[in-house]
Design a protein around this ligand. Structure first.
Ligand SMILES: [Fe+2]
Ligand SMILES: [Fe+2]
Length: 503
């Protein structure tokens, strides 16, 4: 019985004893026996009809149950306890004066845990109360620990499930974003390639500008020298540059093809030099007819007359050859050229009785373009593409990480000295991303091997031009130097240019 006396670590009054007995004397006696035990709280219920109510109210750790009681006898109550959800597991000690084995057996059969013949010895009663309460409390603690463990397991499982679901959601989102990004990428590339291909000469320009821009951006990321040591483009920022480079010429969607492709000074939708050639042949015929007519009435020696014709015709042919040369893009029109063009234009020939000028005003205007093939108004049309790029892209709902694409793309013809277009921005207003695309755009255009109006330029010549533009504070000097010194230009040349351009 020693173990029954072993104190258990319980809080004060952790043991709650409910005595259900109609005799006040028994209650007082048991109370007296337990009074010395500070951890035992005692409750006495004398009315058998209130027993279940008391059990539900105080949650005893042990019930001492009398057998012979008015209203409900003890065995009935034992049966009722075992049907009650609270009382079902509470240890039940029958405390009765009856000693018959049959009564004891019935009590145990109905669910009693113990049987004591009253009045018991104090020590024995306390020991049994402690023993049964301890077992019950242990069971409650086990149940509580199990319940807590179950809750914890459920919490962990729920957390793991939520984490898994979150991971799946993130993976799905990332997959969707990748698909969306790939779709946008392919869509943009298709549109841009279509614009590029409007011209048989500039196809591939944008793709090559993207390549050069990204080479430069990565080189800046790797560069440990000033001023780039403090600049590291994140993957999102690199993506922003890449997209801006892809879209930099999207404004060309409205630029007329014949302006984009204008290979000669007189080209519109066709090269008008052929009209002038036809006209000069007509003029030649006119001259010959006039000569035949005049030779019939003229008394001049025949040789002189022929000589005169040949001089006039050769002058005409020389003029035509001169105009053809002036029509070409690589011919720089000097002041003398302009004077000669105007002089030719002043000449007239007879067309059905009406004097006609050798050249129309618009032909003179275009032939006198000093450099390149574009007249000022055509140059304006071309330049408008940068403005349109900006306007078109500003209307697109770019996500936050790509919000500066319009700015980077739309500024690719801006220069640091403020002479660029469309906004004439100054050095402080042009971000490094735009400067990268600008240099890529110029270098690609200079070295492109498919432009109709110029021969493919060598790398060294293109670098010379970049350096001149750097000197004029048009381009970012650090990026130009990085492009040259890190041999990026040569790396690009080996990939994309002709062997003879690699000088
Ligand atoms: Fe452009
Ligand atoms: Fe471009």
């Amino acid at each position: 019985m020693d173990s029954l006396h072993t104190p258990i670590s319980l809080t004060p009054h952790a043991i709650k004893v409910l005595l259900v007995d109609d005799q006040e004397f028994i209650g007082k006696t048991v109370k007296k026996m337990l009074d010395s035990e500070s951890d035992i709280a005692f409750y006495h219920c004398m009315d058998s009809r209130r027993a279940i109510h008391m059990v539900n109210k105080i949650h005893p750790t042990v019930i001492l149950q009398d057998l012979i009681m008015p209203h409900f006898d003890g065995l009935t109550l034992v049966r009722l306890y075992r049907m009650n959800s609270v009382a079902r597991h509470i240890p039940l000690i029958v405390l009765s004066a009856r000693e018959e084995a049959k009564v004891k057996a019935d009590a145990f059969a109905l669910g009693a845990n113990d049987y004591i013949v009253k009045l018991p010895d104090k020590l024995e009663l306390i020991a049994r109360i402690r023993y049964h309460s301890q077992s019950y409390i242990n069971r409650l603690q086990r149940d509580e620990a199990f319940r807590k463990a179950q809750i914890e397991t459920e919490r962990r499982e729920r957390e793991a499930a939520e984490k898994h679901a979150e991971k799946l959601r993130a993976e799905m989102l990332s997959r969707e974003m990748t698909i969306q990004k790939e779709f946008i990428d392919v869509f943009i590339q298709s549109i841009v390639t279509a614009i590029d291909e409007k011209s048989p000469y500039t196809g591939g320009h944008v793709k090559r500008v993207v390549d050069i821009s990204m080479m430069l951006a990565h080189a800046i990321n790797k560069c440990a020298d000033e001023p780039f040591h403090q600049i590291t483009f994140s993957s999102e920022e690199l993506e922003e540059i890449r997209l801006a480079a892809w879209l930099h010429d999207v404004g060309k969607i409205t630029t007329p093809d014949h302006v984009i492709n204008k290979a000669t000074r007189l080209e519109t939708i066709f090269d008008r030099i052929h009209l002038i050639e036809t006209r000069f042949k007509l003029i030649e015929k006119n001259i010959e007819l006039d000569w035949i007519k005049s030779s019939q009435h003229d008394n001049q020696p025949k040789d002189d007359h022929i000589q005169q014709l040949e001089t006039i015709l050769s002058e005409l042919r020389e003029d035509m050859a001169f105009l053809k040369a002036c029509n070409m893009a690589d011919h720089f029109i000097t002041e003398q050229d302009t004077a000669r063009i105007r002089h030719i234009a002043e000449k007239t020939y007879d067309l059905e009785g009406n004097p006609q000028s050798y050249l129309y005003d618009d032909e003179v205007h275009h032939l006198c373009i000093q450099k390149g093939t574009l007249s000022p108004s055509e140059r304006k049309i071309i330049q408008n593409h940068a403005d349109l790029t900006l306007k078109l892209l500003e209307h697109l709902p770019f996500p936050n990480s790509l919000s500066r694409v319009p700015e980077f793309a739309g500024g690719h013809h801006e220069t640091l000295n403020g002479s660029g277009y469309p906004q004439g921005l100054n050095e402080d207003q042009i971000p490094i991303q735009t400067r990268i695309i600008t240099i890529a755009d110029i270098f690609e255009a200079l070295t492109a091997r498919d432009r109709p109006y110029k021969k493919p330029m060598t790398i060294s010549k293109a670098i010379e031009i970049l350096e001149d533009m750097k000197e004029d504070n048009m381009l970012d000097s650090h990026i130009v130097e990085l492009f040259i010194e890190s041999q990026l230009c040569m790396e690009y040349g080996l990939k994309c240019l002709l062997p003879e351009q690699l000088e």
